[in-house]
Design a protein around this ligand. Structure first.
Ligand SMILES: Nc1nc2c(ncn2[C@@H]2O[C@H](COP(=O)(O)OP(=O)(O)O)[C@@H](O)[C@H]2O)c(=O)[nH]1
Ligand SMILES: [Mg+2]
Length: 190
């Protein structure tokens, strides 16, 4: 699939404002895992705001792609210094979105290839399984480890999640490894 156009559509902070008019692909994961960078590298342009400060994106951001579907950049979870109350609000927003978005075709859940999944990651995976939405797990920042070690890192994450390695895709927004695979997954989900 080719990306022919991409524009920022809208940011929403509440479930009552979520869009319902087009197919959607959502990106979830901890703050700083590389969601915005992944979206930008898929689009080959800097549309999504990236940050070195975790927890800055507190909104659901919609990007309209090829005038036909949306990429949805969800707020990062697991940013505990934001306070328990804020964490709860974000969790409600993310879970509500995942539950109510009828046109959500697939969720891409991102984890850092170098780190074991956290309790938040495990909870998110359980929630995704519970909603029954199709999802793909992406192991980000693959450029930060030696190529020869990618498979063993993927295996470690898969073991921690109790899933098979085959369901985790390594990705790098710097080298763009994994980009074609994600675009193919999107095309076949439409
Ligand atoms: N080396 C490397 N750094 C990355 C990659 N993806 C994201 N980053 C860096 O990780 C930080 C957080 O990225 P961002 O996309 O803002 O994460 P988000 O909070 O999940 O949206 C930024 O400093 C990015 O430059 C990657 O694939 N490789
Ligand atoms: Mg972001």
């Amino acid at each position: 699939m080719k990306i022919t156009s991409a524009t920022f559509k809208i940011s929403v902070s509440s479930l009552k404002n979520i869009l319902i008019d087009k197919n959607e692909f959502a990106f979830v994961g901890r703050s700083n895992v590389g969601k915005s960078s992944l979206i930008n590298s898929l689009l080959c342009q800097k549309l999504a705001r990236t940050s070195t400060t975790p927890g800055r994106t507190r909104l659901i951001n919609y990007f309209e792609i090829n005038k036909s579907f949306y990429f949805v950049d969800l707020p990062g979870y697991g940013f505990h210094s934001a306070g328990k109350q804020n964490e709860k609000l974000w969790a409600q927003l993310i879970e509500g979105y995942l539950n109510f978005s009828k046109n959500l075709k697939r969720v891409f859940m991102l984890v850092d290839i170098r780190h074991s999944p956290t309790q938040d990651d495990k909870q998110m995976l359980m929630y995704l399984s519970y909603t029954g939405k199709p999802f793909t797990i992406i192991a980000t920042k693959a450029d930060k480890i030696a190529k020869s070690k990618v498979n063993s890192y993927i295996k470690k994450i898969a073991d921690d999640f109790c899933i098979t390695s085959a369901s985790i895709l390594p990705y790098s927004s710097q080298t763009k490894v994994g980009r074609e695979e994600i675009l193919n997954i999107i095309e076949s989900s439409l």
